[in-house]
Design a binder for this molecule. Structure first.
Ligand SMILES: NC(=O)c1ccc[n+]([C@@H]2O[C@H](COP(=O)([O-])OP(=O)(O)OC[C@H]3O[C@@H](n4cnc5c(N)ncnc54)[C@H](OP(=O)(O)O)[C@@H]3O)[C@@H](O)[C@H]2O)c1
Length: 277
């Protein structure tokens, strides 16, 4: 049995579906009650209360550990102790590219602690370090629906954003196949794409043009501070505005694990066009 935390969001949802489609017995975990399909069991548990995972992990072979935000307020060692005590033999952690490209970034200190704990805890481990998600474009859904417009900073700075469905497929491979043990994968899309190009791709998917308006850094910062902690806002703006060469680079890892190229942002926009209509 495979347990997936964060099972109701961008990566967890397609991961649960992919595992169930492959015939695996899956338990989907989140704090709130959720509907599942294909006979998947859903259990409520809170990662902030590690013991709440003990009954969920009973009988599990593998765990996909996906924490919300940067894992603030969670105790990685206590969580991994619960997994080990339950007999979990394989842990796949969803981390972030930034833990590798900016090892001293305060915004990612908790995720780095998760990486350290997973590597030291005993079960086989794989660490996934995705770059920015294509699904971050959902934050433009309301302005595209109401005004056919996207406002974002750094309009022409391109990064190889990754489709959460590709992260989920790599995760499924790592959970099911021991050959990925001890590996750290950096997950990106197949080509850098700027915010202006993303707006155009959404317009193409809708068959109706979407205008792009560039925000200043200060405008973007004050908007982001309404829903993100300050270190995360500043860390995110640095990556979006001044990416390191490693952050702008296309990683070969999705293609190496899946045997096909990574999905483009344009493909993500077509699959998710309904959210913008
Ligand atoms: N967005 C990006 O560009 C990006 C890039 C690289 C890495 N990441 C990393 O990816 C992760 C986010 O992935 P995502 O977008 O798929 O998820 P998400 O949208 O952040 O959703 C979080 C999921 O975890 C559950 N959850 C939240 N707090 C929980 C808790 N205390 N106990 C149990 N379940 C909890 C949520 O359901 P409930 O609320 O019902 O519990 C939901 O299913 C973060 O670790 C982030 O650092 C994101």
């Amino acid at each position: 049995m495979i347990v997936v935390t964060g099972a109701t969001a961008n990566v967890g949802r397609p991961l649960v579906q992919a595992l169930a489609a492959a015939g695996e017995q899956v338990t989907a975990v989140s704090r709130r009650r959720a509907e599942t399909q294909n006979g998947v069991r859903h259990e409520q548990a809170d990662l902030a209360v590690p013991e709440s995972l003990a009954p969920v992990l009973d009988g599990a072979d593998a765990l996909y550990l996906l924490v919300a935000g940067g894992g603030e307020g969670l105790d990685p060692r206590a969580l991994l102790d619960v997994a080990k005590a339950a007999g979990v033999r394989r842990v796949v952690l969803q981390s972030s590219q930034i833990t590798g490209t900016r090892p001293d970034a305060p915004s990612h200190a908790h995720l780095r602690a998760f990486e350290d704990a997973v590597r030291q805890s005993g079960p086989d481990w794989t660490v996934l370090r995705p770059g920015g998600f294509a699904s971050n474009a959902y934050m433009w859904a309301e302005s595209v629906r109401s005004r056919r417009a996207v406002a974002a900073p750094f309009g022409d700075i391109a990064l190889p954003v990754v489709d959460p469905a590709d992260i989920a497929e790599v995760a499924a491979a790592a959970l099911r196949d021991g050959r990925h043990a001890g590996r750290t994968y950096e997950l990106t899309g197949p080509a850098p794409v700027s915010p202006r190009e993303q707006a155009r791709a959404i317009g193409d998917a809708l068959g109706s043009p979407v205008r792009f308006a560039e925000l200043t850094r200060a405008e973007a910062r004050s908007a982001m501070l309404r829903f993100m902690p300050e270190p995360v806002v500043d860390g995110t703006l640095s990556v979006l505005g001044e990416p390191t060469p490693a952050e702008a680079r296309v990683s070969p890892d999705v293609e190496q694990v899946l045997g096909r190229r990574a999905r483009t942002f344009a493909e993500w926009a077509v699959r998710n066009a309904e959210a913008f209509r």
